[in-house]
Design a binder for this molecule. Structure first.
Ligand code: FAD
Length: 480
């Protein structure tokens, strides 16, 4: 863009939003240009902070006039570079930070309407203040936003019971690529009037339009939550424990996380203040949570009976049941600290695979062998939402190695091994984090040709000029 045109464009943005909400000085835009993992840094013509859907629509119309790509950004905690602009300084970042109002809460209807920039933890707290539960929960909940959660169809730790972000959404308000406001803030549990446009925008990573508000489902707060850390013999035993727990606890089972002993040792090493309640006696642990409608004594009794049955069946080696909310939080803190401990340990290669439960043991065993054969000394840091068939099958450089060098030399091979193995087991290379920039090539490689053609057709129909988060999820359109 020539400097005159750029000036006119910035003036027009200021006329829509007010000067305070159009950032273009390098020091002001810098915080919006790098992703959470610091793997991608882009450039932007400007960062804009609209305050309502009408302003978002006006910005998109202006961008359409000038042919400027729009990169939506919520909490910027995404792990695949989806909210980072490209490096050519030809796009704007549209931050949803000011779209942060809870518009309405209807406790009787079990619905809350939140604007896209509401931080997930604040939505949880608002629901809790009415005695209700918004169950989406993930380690980034203090920063990530409802718009980002829906755009990535986030999973988290309670999918087993409540489903992922898509399952928690009744309706959306979206600004389309043409700058129209689509009011689809449906509050109904049943509505079969035509295509579900909501489901198109959810998980689209901002490539089809900008979510400005959402109607979210609320649930009754459980009377008690009981958490246990359980050492299991192996992954097969963890899966057998899952089946047993599902049978005995039914929908009270709200969390089932697998963690390798090595992941927990990494946490102990980097955060010695976080105590694992027993010496790690085996290679794998499970964090199990039961949410009880009846009350704490009943819940505790049922969980303890489950653990006794698992011990009798030879599935578990040791277990610690939290005796208080504080202890329960401490156990979850161990799980949530694994990515942070990994970051402290150095650069690492992250995977977010999903595999059908019937193939999980084969996947874990054969992939460990393949990775360690191809990359001698590489350390596996495996943990994740086993209850959903989703593991973060991460790989850390060998002890003492130059991690940056290891990544530069081996990341592509390592991704190929892990993703090929997951797909060969009938699984996916992206279970919950999405595609963004990081996994665009994987989508082209592993996507079914018919599915890819239909995705391109949807993109072409809704955003024919490729202005909505260009270059994410699907390959870059040819230069304009
Ligand atoms: C420590 C940590 C733990 C995590 N744990 C999990 C986990 O357990 N499960 C999980 O699924 N994810 C997890 N994540 C990933 C991340 O937190 C989620 O993907 C989250 O939903 C992203 O929300 P955000 O507001 O930060 O989105 P951003 O990072 O800002 O954006 C993510 C994508 O959504 C698009 N987008 C953002 N807002 C909008 C909008 N209003 N309209 C349209 N598009 C939009 C962006 O362009 C981008 O493509 C974790 C991340 C971290 C750092």
């Amino acid at each position: 863009m020539l400097s005159d045109e750029r000036r006119r464009f910035l003036d027009a943005l200021r006329a829509i939003l007010g000067a305070a909400h159009v950032l273009h000085q390098p020091q002001d835009v810098a915080p919006y240009l790098t992703d959470w993992r610091k793997r991608y840094t882009g450039q932007a013509l400007a960062v804009v902070l609209p305050g309502d859907a009408a302003q978002v629509a006006a910005v998109v119309q202006l961008c359409a006039l000038h042919g400027i790509g729009v990169v939506p950004q919520g909490g910027n905690t995404g792990l695949v570079g989806g909210a980072t602009p490209n490096g050519r300084g030809e796009q704007i970042v549209l931050s949803t930070r000011r779209l942060n109002r809870i518009r309405a809460i209807d406790p009787a209807g079990g619905v809350l309407i939140a604007e896209a920039g509401c931080v997930l933890a604040e939505v949880q707290q608002t629901a809790a203040s009415e005695g209700l539960l918004f169950p989406l929960s993930l380690a980034a909940e203090g920063s990530c936003t409802i718009g980002g959660n829906l755009s990535t169809n986030a999973g988290g730790t309670a999918v087993l019971r409540y489903g992922n972000a898509r399952d928690l959404c009744l309706g959306l308000e979206v600004v389309t690529a043409q700058g129209e406001v689509l009011d689809a803030l449906n509050l109904l549990r049943k509505n079969n009037a035509g295509y579900s446009l909501r489901d198109l925008y959810i998980g689209a990573e901002g490539t089809l339009g900008i979510i400005t508000a959402a109607a979210l489902k609320l649930f009754p707060q459980p009377a008690a939550q009981i958490t246990a850390l359980v050492a299991v013999h192996d992954v097969a035993a963890a899966i057998a424990l899952l089946t047993l727990a599902q049978g005995r606890l039914g929908c009270s089972l709200t969390g089932f996380e697998l963690m390798s002993a090595h992941s927990l040792q990494l946490v102990q090493h980097h955060f010695p203040q976080l105590a694992v309640p027993f010496e790690l006696p085996s290679a794998w642990c499970v964090l199990l949570e039961s949410s009880e409608a009846e009350g704490e004594p009943q819940g505790r009794a049922r969980l303890e009976a489950l653990l006794e049955a698992a011990l009798d069946a030879g599935l578990i080696v040791n277990a610690a049941v939290a005796q208080s909310l504080a202890q329960s939080r401490a156990l979850w803190h161990l799980r949530e600290s694994i990515p942070l401990a990994q970051a402290q340990e150095g650069l690492n290669i992250k995977h977010d695979i999903g595999v059908p439960m019937s193939r999980m043991v084969a996947f874990v065993e054969s992939t460990a062998e393949l990775v360690t054969q191809a990359l001698p000394g590489a350390r596996l840091v495996v943990f994740g939402h086993l209850g959903d068939g989703n593991l973060h099958y991460n790989v850390q450089a060998p002890q003492g190695a130059d991690a940056a060098r290891f990544l530069a030399d081996h990341q592509a091979l390592c991704n190929r091994i892990v993703h090929d193995a997951a797909v060969a087991c009938g699984g996916t290379f992206s279970a919950e984090h999405g595609v963004g920039q990081l996994k665009r090539d994987d989508l082209q490689r592993y996507g079914h040709p018919v599915a890819l053609a239909q995705m391109r057709a949807v993109k072409q129909a809704l955003d024919p000029r490729d202005l909505m988060n260009p270059g994410k999820l699907l390959p870059d359109a040819p230069p304009r």
